[in-house]
Design a protein around this ligand. Structure first.
Ligand SMILES: Nc1ncnc2c1ncn2[C@@H]1O[C@H](COP(=O)(O)OP(=O)(O)OP(=O)(O)O)[C@@H](O)[C@H]1O
Length: 216
């Protein structure tokens, strides 16, 4: 089943200055897609459109069959961007629960959930988010994005700021999530081999278009 698609998607922030020029993308359930491109190539712009944070200039885009800015799409997707969405004054566990409730999830990621275990977060659940180091905050953000068990995870630069062990743990976890049915779109400027190694499909973003580089 198709979880996310974009058809002939165009985006300019200023008239005539096109960042995306006819992007075509289709992501199926359980598919892990990595988008590689240099700084400023439009990766975050594309993720922000799929995340419902930005409207496209032209073209068609759907998340779980709905426009990305709709409530249905919001509940269907988890988002991890450059900046953290955690509330500093809440603990990691409270942040997770809050986001799950905001998304009206009937069940959410609890302390005993394998996701918490896999992210190594169990010992940090009662810590205030504002006290976390960058790498731990990043893991907290990932747990928060997965709190309502979304069908689509959008993640910008997943490995940035993580130490090698945490990067390895995260790639294994992302592959496991995809294998259990979650569609994942990850963007990276670096094309880290460990991330490319777990991808079902790799795209390069070049001159505002997605070019398929390889399939598993
Ligand atoms: N809010 C904005 N207003 C105007 N221009 C913007 C805005 N956001 C991004 N841009 C421009 O759009 C282009 C693509 O930016 P984007 O952040 O999508 O690239 P990126 O591939 O994610 O880069 P990075 O790897 O540095 O995060 C850049 O030229 C950038 O300057």
């Amino acid at each position: 089943m198709t979880i996310a698609y974009a058809r002939n998607l165009w985006k300019a922030y200023r008239p005539g200055e096109w960042v995306l020029r006819g992007v075509e993308l289709k992501v199926e359930e359980g598919e892990l897609v990595v988008i590689v491109g240099p700084n400023g190539s439009g990766k975050t712009t594309l993720l922000r459109i799929l995340a419902g944070l930005l409207r496209p200039s032209r073209g068609e885009v759907r998340v779980c069959g709905h426009p990305p800015w709709s409530l249905e799409a919001k509940r269907c997707r988890g988002v991890v961007m450059h900046h953290s969405f955690l509330y500093d004054e809440l603990t990691v566990a409270e942040n997770i629960e809050l986001y799950a409730r905001l998304n009206n999830a009937s069940s959410y990621v609890s302390a005993s959930d394998p996701i918490v275990e896999k992210l190594g977060l169990r010992a940090r659940l009662s810590q205030l988010a504002g006290w976390l180091s960058f790498g731990w905050r990043r893991r907290g953000d990932i747990a928060r994005a997965l709190a309502h068990k979304p069908r689509l995870l959008l993640i910008d630069e997943p490995l940035t700021g993580l130490d090698p062990d945490a990067a390895k743990t995260l790639t294994v976890m992302l592959r496991g999530l995809a294998d259990s049915g979650t569609a994942i779109i990850a963007a990276t400027p670096k094309g880290e081999p460990e991330l490319l190694g777990i991808a079902d499909k790799v795209y390069e973003i070049r001159e505002g278009k997605l070019l398929e580089m390889g399939k598993r």
